[in-house]
Design a protein around this ligand. Sequence first.
Ligand SMILES: NC(=O)c1ccc[n+]([C@@H]2O[C@H](COP(=O)([O-])OP(=O)(O)OC[C@H]3O[C@@H](n4cnc5c(N)ncnc54)[C@H](O)[C@@H]3O)[C@@H](O)[C@H]2O)c1
Ligand SMILES: O=P(O)(O)OC[C@@H](O)[C@@H](O)[C@H](O)[C@H](O)CO
Length: 462
Amino acid sequence: MNALLSRSAGHGRAAPPVRLVHLGLGNFFRAHQCWYTDHAPDAADWGYAAFSGRGGGGLPTRLTAQDGLYTLVTRGAAGDTFEVVNSLARAHDADDHQAWLTYFGSPRLSVVTLTVTEAGYLRGPDGGLDAGRPEVQADLAALRADLSAVVRTAPARLVAGLVARRSAGAGPVALVPCDNVPGNGAIVDRVVRDMAHLLDPALTDWLDDSLTVVTTAVDRITPRPTPDESGRVRQATGFDDDCPVVTEPFREWVLSGRFPAGRPGWQDAGATFTDDVTPYERRKLWLLNGAHSLLAYAGSIRGHTSVSQAVGDATCRQWLEQWWQAASRQLDQREADLAAYRHALLDRFANPRMHHQLAQIGADGSQKLPIRILPVLRAERAAGRMPTGATLVLAAWICCLRGLGAPVSDVHAQSVVPLADGPLRDAARRVLHDLDPALGEDAEVVATVWQQCQELAGGATT
Ligand SMILES: NC(=O)c1ccc[n+]([C@@H]2O[C@H](COP(=O)([O-])OP(=O)(O)OC[C@H]3O[C@@H](n4cnc5c(N)ncnc54)[C@H](O)[C@@H]3O)[C@@H](O)[C@H]2O)c1
Ligand SMILES: O=P(O)(O)OC[C@@H](O)[C@@H](O)[C@H](O)[C@H](O)CO
């Protein structure tokens, strides 16, 4: 029988002291922020305590049985490499709120990173915290009754932790959101301040003095692992690992902001520190994530299930080029650099050994398309052009909402699915209007999307 991967069985290194907290313990965090921390020259001084964003799904329990260790499988087109990541010192379920408050109350805590998905920030139409949502109201009521009450939303958990930190006089801390949303620093700053203000306006002064929020652009394709990964790890390493993570060789982390209580030497592990992440962020969100959304909807309508399958389809490749041409026109970067970036992306997408499911990428289109596609579509329309590569993504999403291709999994499914129902032209106009009223009123865009929906539906193989 093989030994379970664990520090007590002699694997990995000693657990580093907890000076970092993460909210949103999932695959990407373990392939990215944990990996960078483990590869920093001062890795022995920086340990993570990580919490599930919601519930736990058993991952914290499995990681705890392994003393926080797990195998990162880096999957290149030619083969795999296996490494044990050491920087996760403690793993917690979302409900372990007392532990959360205790870490925040410790002066040793310096940085809090986050991956809670686009939907986890609970923003309303004005970009601030959607205070009308029942879960936000419930958390506010709980905190008003008891500042240490268990709360569930990310903004409330952050505010509860910051209140505990203020009470303990534990000093300043940096928040580092690592989700695929543009201006993620400003977003988290806003929703945390909105929640704090609703709870107690007097918190604002403390936040001004003691909280910094860092903006980041992050990149490393990390699909949900399939159940057979543990077997591969066992075969390659000789130990049992109940929760390996699979990722690609490429990685990028660009950060902008201050760390008043220090941070690991992430720059020596390859992270870039800059005054402005916007050029990196736009290039990545539009060329990579926008292309992912295109393949997720249009590729699944053509019967594909993974990114590598879809990108091997000449029709999808043609759509991809159309999208990339439109998006690249809106990026203020040298054409040669953009061409090299797109070329590298094609290799990353085509990696036949990565099984990145289109259904996973297609989740929460209502949150992703406004970020990934609409800025390009609006800019192209303002320049008098019809970017068919952009409208096609919207047409394909509408077709998926109507039952073709990838199944709908969307935080706003209850409102967007009915909009896409009924006669196609009206449905297209309603969905576009919901994304942005100006789009629903742009007759040429509506006509183009309608036409593309008809073509996609006619060509469906599923
Ligand atoms: N997987 C990737 O390739 C990748 C790459 C770059 C960035 N990201 C970012 O990381 C995020 C997480 O990706 P992952 O692959 O780790 O997913 P995952 O499913 O493995 O983990 C998601 C984590 O987020 C939490 N979560 C989900 N919805 C939430 C909500 N509404 N509120 C609070 N917490 C919530 C979950 O509980 C879980 O802890 C993505 O949404 C994306 O913004 C992912
Ligand atoms: O993680 P999501 O759900 O926001 O988006 C799905 C993919 O587009 C995304 O995870 C990419 O793989 C990632 O952004 C690559 O760095």
